[in-house]
Design a protein around this ligand. Sequence first.
Ligand SMILES: Cc1cc2nc3c(=O)[nH]c(=O)nc-3n(C[C@H](O)[C@H](O)[C@H](O)COP(=O)(O)O)c2cc1C
Length: 314
Amino acid sequence: MILLSAPMAGVSDRPFRLLAREFGCDMTFTEMISAKALSFNNRKTEAMLKAYPDERPLSAQFFGREPNRLAEAVKAAVCAGFAAVDFNMGCPAPKIVKNGEGSALLLEPSTAARCVEAMAKAAGGRMPFSVKIRSGFSAGRVNAVETAHMLQECGAGSITVHPRVREQFYSGHSDWDIIRRVKEAVRIPVIGNGDIHTPEDAKAMLERTGCDGVMIARGALGNPWIFARVKAFLRDGISPREPDIAERMATAVRHCRMLTEFKGSLGLLESRKHAAWYIKGSEGAAAARNSINKALCLHDIEEILTRLGSRASF
Ligand SMILES: Cc1cc2nc3c(=O)[nH]c(=O)nc-3n(C[C@H](O)[C@H](O)[C@H](O)COP(=O)(O)O)c2cc1C
């Protein structure tokens, strides 16, 4: 069983990944990276394609629809020292789909096949190559099993299935039965993804689908402990306790510090959303969130989080 921290645009940057790793996940992913922007030497995109030795195994996730650009992106990832590459065939965002990328490729199997063949060839057996899909584009066009077959034939080394259709975006519940059907249909490893928020959810997905590993996205927002808790539950069968408020806030402070250290003023701004995830559901969360959104420096954010951690009032 492999436990993965999902690729998340705007979230799975180095600080997020380092914490996920520290708390026990086996592998992390970059935010999705545009193969096209990379080919135009876009500076921001190039900065995302940075592999750090202390993050191995880190996978670079690409999106695009042009086989040659995608192959070049894979080669760049090999050169940069990534441990693996992933192809995004699941993104539902309108700006991606309107370009025929992400989940739009579920509607174009022959284009998708050419992209996957080109990427597999560029990876050349030198590094693991995975593809991440949804169950289909719309309720009437659920084609995960056919897509998975095609991906296997085109050289994908493993497949991650997020069993929602594109038109659902992130609403409703994922249909884990589709993960099971994909697993039964292919020889390559299948990773299950969707709605894992507790250790019990992870165990249930593994049991119900037979998948080879699980990937957690939203369940890890402000909650890197989920990885350690899943691991412990699968090992011992005992549900580990949740971290208390002091522990949560201490990690939130650390996360905000790392964001500011690695990303400067952008990191400070991004600290707001991460801090909001860490404090969600705790007493005094609304007031603390308001204060954090007005904070002008890291020190102020740290103070608010620390005060919340000691349960002092605002
Ligand atoms: C904020 C956010 C950003 C995401 N960005 C990506 C991405 O860049 N690449 C990708 O393959 N999936 C992306 N996803 C989808 C997740 O990886 C995952 O498939 C989905 O959220 C379902 O898993 P969950 O129920 O554990 O959240 C994103 C999801 C969220 C919530």
